[in-house]
Design a protein around this ligand. Structure first.
Ligand SMILES: [Cu+2]
Length: 96
């Protein structure tokens, strides 16, 4: 999976791996209504993805090792997915 794949295949859920306390991508682009699947591939670390922005407050709960979490993006805009456990983890999402 590459960034271009997100741009071209917006209705296909793209997978973003969470590993080594980082997101597998720094930025992804998708169409409104598209989704991203977070895949926690850590041995033991739990992640906790959330979005905090003007008028947008979404919490995706804990991502346990081995789990997958789907994030749907119904609205256009630019969003920053953060991790409540690891402040350095950032995933920029541009929704067309
Ligand atoms: Cu994390």
């Amino acid at each position: 999976m590459c960034l271009q794949a997100y741009a071209n295949a917006s209705t296909v859920a793209g997978i973003v791996i969470q590993k080594a306390k980082q997101f597998g991508f720094q930025a992804v682009t998708l169409q409104a209504g598209g989704s991203i699947v977070l895949s926690n591939e850590e041995a033991t670390a739990v992640h906790h993805a959330y979005i905090e922005a003007d008028g947008v407050h979404r919490d995706f709960g804990d991502q346990e090792p081995g789990s997958r979490t789907t994030m749907v993006f119904p609205q256009r805009g630019d969003f920053l997915v953060l991790c409540g456990v690891h402040p350095k983890m950032k995933l920029a999402v541009h929704v067309d």
